[in-house]
Design a protein around this ligand. Structure first.
Ligand SMILES: Cc1cc2nc3c(=O)[nH]c(=O)nc-3n(C[C@H](O)[C@H](O)[C@H](O)COP(=O)(O)OP(=O)(O)OC[C@H]3O[C@@H](n4cnc5c(N)ncnc54)[C@H](O)[C@@H]3O)c2cc1C
Length: 451
């Protein structure tokens, strides 16, 4: 897949000239490490408040995952009411609510509009930029940040702190150490590592005593057990991998009694299932596999028909037609819907109209494992919110006396797709930026008094 058709340098905020070793900027410069949407939003708030800001990023250009999100239309936020919106953050909603109160979905739309990118509400209530692209928005944002004086140091991979508490970066010119009394970490989660967010920061922060929940796949696909416990059969895989299950519903009830039931779409993959409907249930399915070693969902292939209708059609005399032709003719079951029934339903159940009708509207799909974190849309886990104050300042991690803030997907919250990810990422960047600004002002005033 070619992610950057014009080359990533097209969005590079600086010429990638390596900075000199130990050319430490003033410790009054706020260091934002990670140039994804969370870090850029923190940099925006800080520079608007008068702080000198430098953004460091491991990659040659910033915002690569944001650009990737643009390939799917860039779902920026959701138009639903704030009371409903906040529930999307599950058991983290109380912690996320204040971030959204300051910078919620309306603020996201106003921010995009302010960058010359109007938004629209799609039929599902999801909000997108009018051109459905990320690159124009990112380009305008970087232009604004540069104009406000934000500096960028690319190809600076943060590697922790040195003995004096300076930030250590691996750069093409070798190691570079930078003093900064206020630091914002916005290092992303652990998926799509080739775009920069590799989760390597977990060990670095844990070594300093920060409490970090393991990074786990969120909004992810799953491997299925298939008929023999070894995935789809070669026949099913070769014919149907990549094909969608459309207008279906899934139901999940986990061992804790949590229930998920929704209509939608998903896709068969080489090893299992993925796509929006599966992503929406993925936190339940992932946690169930972790707790029980396996999980399953019921697949309703005909969610718009009543069980009585389906049973009547299955029972209807079929004359000389095969059962498959009968189901196709009476119920429209064909293609991947018919194939998955053949794949997963016992031969004996095909002889019993009642069992067959029930399976058509509740076929059990057993899952073995979530797909690896690197393939996921987002990560669960991260820096525990209990270890941060309400300005997202990290407790107990004060390298060389510096104050450290964290923002974005590296924090321990998760949400479904629908614009909820980017909204909380931007909102937490906004909040950490405000917290960092207040600390930066304190530092600059005390150093002005000292002179
Ligand atoms: C395929 C896909 C589609 C998506 N679509 C959507 C969507 O439509 N809507 C939505 O809301 N969300 C979407 N998301 C999720 C969204 O893109 C992320 O949640 C968001 O980008 C996270 O922002 P962040 O700033 O926290 O981290 P990232 O965007 O991951 O940025 C982190 C930055 O930190 C840098 N970094 C990491 N480690 C280091 C280090 N050690 N030193 C220096 N720099 C480092 C990285 O290079 C990167 O630039 C999608 C994700 C994927 C994978």
């Amino acid at each position: 897949m070619q992610l950057f058709p014009q080359g990533p340098a097209a969005l590079s905020p600086t010429a990638p000239a390596p900075d000199a070793k130990f050319s430490a900027p003033s410790s009054l410069e706020v260091a934002v490490i990670g140039g994804g949407p969370a870090g850029l939003m923190a940099a925006q708030v800080l520079s608007a408040g008068g702080a000198k800001v430098r953004v460091y990023d491991a990659m040659a250009s910033v915002g690569r995952k944001f650009l990737l999100a643009g390939r799917g239309g860039l779902n920026l936020t959701h138009s639903e009411a704030p009371e409903r919106f906040v529930t999307r953050y599950g058991d983290r909603q109380d912690a996320v609510a204040p971030w959204l109160a300051d910078f919620g979905s309306q603020a996201v739309c106003a921010w995009a509009q302010g960058l010359g990118v109007p938004t629209f509400v799609g039929s599902s209530g999801r909000v997108f930029p009018q051109d459905m692209k990320a690159a124009p928005l990112l380009r305008a944002w970087l232009h604004r940040l540069r104009a406000a004086g934000v500096q960028f140091s690319m190809r600076h991979r943060w590697q922790g702190w040195d003995a004096e508490g300076r930030l250590r970066f691996a750069t093409p010119a070798g190691e570079r150490c930078v003093a900064a009394s206020v630091q914002v970490l916005a290092l992303g989660g652990g998926s799509w590592a080739r775009l920069g967010s590799d989760g390597a920061w977990v060990d670095l922060l844990q070594a300093r005593g920060a409490s970090v929940a393991p990074l786990l796949p969120s909004n992810c696909g799953f491997d299925v057990a298939g008929p023999q416990g070894q995935g789809w059969t070669p026949f099913f895989r070769s014919r149907f991998a990549g094909q969608p299950f459309k207008s279906v519903a899934i139901r999940v009830r986990d061992s804790r009694g949590r229930v998920f039931a929704r209509k939608g779409e998903f896709v068969a993959t080489q090893t299992g299932v993925e796509g929006s409907l599966i992503y929406a249930a993925s936190h339940l399915l992932r946690d169930e596999i972790a707790a029980q070693g396996h999980a399953s969902f019921e697949l309703d292939l005909l969610p718009d028909r009543s069980p009585e209708q389906v049973l009547a059609d299955v029972r209807h005399p079929r004359g000389s037609r095969s059962l498959s032709s009968h189901l196709k003719g009476r119920l429209g079951l064909e293609g991947i819907k018919s194939a998955v029934l053949h794949e997963l339903l016992d031969k004996s159940a095909w002889q019993d109209a009642g069992q067959l009708a029930r399976a058509i509207q509740g076929l059990r799909v057993q899952l073995l494992a979530p797909r690896p974190l690197d393939e996921a849309i987002s990560s669960a886990g991260g820096v525990r919110l209990e270890g941060l104050d309400d300005q997202l300042r990290l407790h107990g991690v004060t390298p060389g006396g510096a104050t450290v803030f964290c923002a974005g997907e590296m924090l321990d919250w998760e949400a479904p797709t629908g614009g909820y990810l980017l909204t909380a990422v931007l909102a937490s960047g906004h909040r950490a930026g405000q917290g960092a600004l207040a600390h930066w002002r304190g530092h600059s005033e005390s150093s002005a008094h000292a002179q």
